[in-house]
Design a protein around this ligand. Structure first.
Ligand SMILES: *Cc1c(COP(=O)(O)O)cnc(C)c1O
Length: 428
C-alpha cells in the first residue's frame, strides 16, 4: 500500500481496509451516506480543547468556541458538554447555542454590524458580554438596554494594530481594518461607556486575525492589550476580563503553528510579568478547535487527462468547500484506499460552472473513476460557508466517536431548498 503521510491530522490513519477516522472506516461511511460527506472526530475536537485548557492551568479562563468556524448542533453539543462558552456573531448563532442548552451567561457576542433586533434577542437571553466594535454601536446598545430596563454587559473590541502575517481577507487587527475601536479612541470610548446607564463595562477584547502560524503577533497583541488596559484603568474605568480573541492557525500544508498549550503558557508568563496573569482571561478559538477534526469525503466522477492539464472531476465543489476559491487555500487530498504509485499530476476540480471551482491544484495521485478521496482539514469554515450554488444540496455531516458514528445533519434536498421560495405567477 502506498499510503500518503497525514501530518497534523489527529485520529486519521491508514489501516488494513483503508483510511480510518478514530476506529471508523471512512469508506463505510461514504457507502452508507453517499458523497460528498463531512466527517468529524469528537476525540480530535476534545483534544484540541484540552490543549487550551492545559495552557491556562492555574489561571481563571473562559474558553469561548467561535461558532462561525463550524456551527453544527452536534459540534456545539460537544463543546457545551466540555464546559465551553461560545463566541457568536449573529442572532442565528445565538439560537443555535441556546438550542444545545448552552448557558447564556457564557455567550459573548462579537461582530461589527449587530442589528437592534439581534441586540434585543441577546439582551432577552441574558448573554455574558457584548463585544462592542464601535462608538456608535455602544450608543445604540445603551438605548436598547435602557428601553428594556436592563444594563448590557460590554467589552470594547479594540484594534491593537498588530500585523498577524496571514491572508489579507482574514487579517482583522490592523489599523485600517473595519473591525474594532481604533487605538487612539479606546480611552474616550471606555469613559463614555462608564457614563452610560444602559451598559456595564465587564472587559476588553481583541481579535487580530485568523490562521496565524507564529507566536510573534500574539505576543505583540498581549503587550498592546496590557498597555490599553493600563491606560483605561488609569483614566478611572475598571476593566474586568481580558479577551484575546481567536486566530491560532492549523497545519494545512506543512505550517507549524505553535500548540495552544505552549502558546498560552508563553503568553501567560508575559501576563504574569506585567502583573495581569490573575485576571479573568478569555479566548475565542474557532479553527484551531475543529479545523483538523474534520474531513470531506468525495468521489472521483471523471478523469480528463489532457495535453497540458489532467483534470480529476470530483463530486464535491466550491459550494461545499469554498476555501480554495475564496482564499486560494490549500487542503490536503488523499485516497481512502491507496492504489499503486502516484505518478500523475491532477487538477482536482468540482462540477460547478466556474473556473474558480477547484479543490486542489497539481496533486500527485493514482486514481480511477469511482475512487473516493478525503479532503483534509475540512472541519472549519467549510460547511459553515457552504452554499446552494448550482442548486446543490449541502452535504450531510457525521460525528465519529471511537467505533461509533452518528449522523448529525442529513443531506439537504432540493425540496428543502425550494421550501422557502414562492412562485411569481400562479402555479401551472
Ligand atoms: C472568526 C472569529 C474568531 C475565531 O477565529 P479563528 O481564527 O477561527 O480562531 C474569534 N473571534 C472573533 C471576533 C472572530 O470574528
Amino acid at each position: 500500500m502506498n499510503a500518503p503521510d497525514l501530518p497534523g491530522q489527529p485520529h486519521l490513519a491508514y489501516r488494513a481496509g483503508g483510511l480510518f477516522f478514530e476506529d471508523v472506516r471512512l469508506a463505510d461511511l461514504a457507502e452508507q451516506h453517499g458523497t460528498p460527506l463531512f466527517v468529524y472526530s469528537k476525540a480530535a475536537m476534545l483534544e484540541a480543547l484540552q490543549a487550551y485548557q492545559r495552557g491556562f492551568s492555574g489561571r481563571q479562563v473562559q474558553i469561548c468556541y467561535a461558532v462561525k468556524a463550524n456551527p453544527a448542533l452536534g459540534v456545539l453539543q460537544v463543546f457545551a458538554e466540555a464546559g465551553c462558552g461560545f463566541d457568536i456573531v449573529s442572532a442565528g448563532e445565538l439560537e443555535r447555542v441556546l438550542a444545545v442548552g448552552a448557558s447564556a451567561n457564557r455567550v459573548i457576542f462579537s461582530g461589527v454590524g449587530k442589528t437592534r433586533a439581534e441586540m434585543r434577542a441577546a439582551l432577552e437571553a441574558g448573554i455574558g458580554c457584548f463585544n462592542v466594535e464601535s462608538e456608535s454601536e455602544l450608543e445604540v446598545l445603551n438605548q436598547m438596554a435602557l428601553a428594556m430596563g436592563l444594563r448590557a454587559p460590554v467589552s470594547l473590541r479594540v484594534n491593537p494594530n498588530v500585523d498577524p502575517q496571514t491572508h489579507p481577507y482574514i487579517s482583522t487587527g490592523l489599523k485600517n481594518s473595519k473591525f474594532g475601536i481604533a487605538h487612539e479612541r479606546v480611552v474616550p470610548a471606555y469613559q463614555r461607556a462608564a457614563a452610560l446607564a444602559g451598559v456595564r463595562v465587564v472587559g476588553i477584547d481583541c481579535h487580530i486575525g485568523s490562521q496565524i502560524t507564529q507566536e510573534g503577533p500574539f505576543l505583540e497583541a498581549v503587550e498592546r492589550m496590557i498597555d490599553l488596559v493600563q491606560a483605561v484603568e488609569a483614566a478611572g474605568v475598571a476593566i474586568g476580563h481580558i479577551d484575546f480573541g481567536g486566530g491560532l492557525g492549523i497545519n494545512y500544508s506543512g505550517e507549524s503553528p505553535p500548540g495552544a498549550e505552549q502558546l498560552w503558557k508563553l503568553l501567560g508568563t508575559r501576563l504574569d510579568a506585567r502583573g495581569f496573569g490573575q485576571r479573568l482571561l478569555m479566548v475565542e478559538p474557532g479553527r484551531s478547535l475543529v479545523g483538523n477534526a474534520g474531513v470531506c469525503l468525495t468521489e472521483v466522477l471523471y478523469l480528463k487527462p489532457g495535453e497540458q492539464m489532467n483534470y480529476c472531476v470530483v463530486d464535491a465543489a466550491m459550494n461545499d468547500l469554498p476555501r480554495p476559491a475564496m482564499y486560494q487555500a490549500y487542503h490536503g487530498i488523499v485516497p481512502l484506499m491507496p492504489r499503486g504509485q502516484a505518478n500523475t499530476i491532477w487538477q482536482v476540480v468540482g462540477p460547478v460552472c466556474e473556473s474558480g471551482d477547484w479543490i486542489g491544484h497539481d496533486r500527485a495521485l493514482a486514481l480511477e473513476p469511482g475512487d473516493r478521496l478525503a479532503v483534509l482539514s475540512a472541519g472549519a469554515f467549510c460547511m459553515s460557508m457552504a452554499s446552494n450554488y448550482n442548486s446543490r444540496g449541502r452535504p450531510p455531516e457525521v460525528l465519529v466517536e471511537g467505533n461509533c458514528s452518528r449522523l448529525i445533519r442529513r443531506r439537504e434536498t432540493v425540496a428543502d431548498q425550494m421550501s422557502v421560495e414562492l412562485l411569481s405567477t400562479k402555479a401551472p
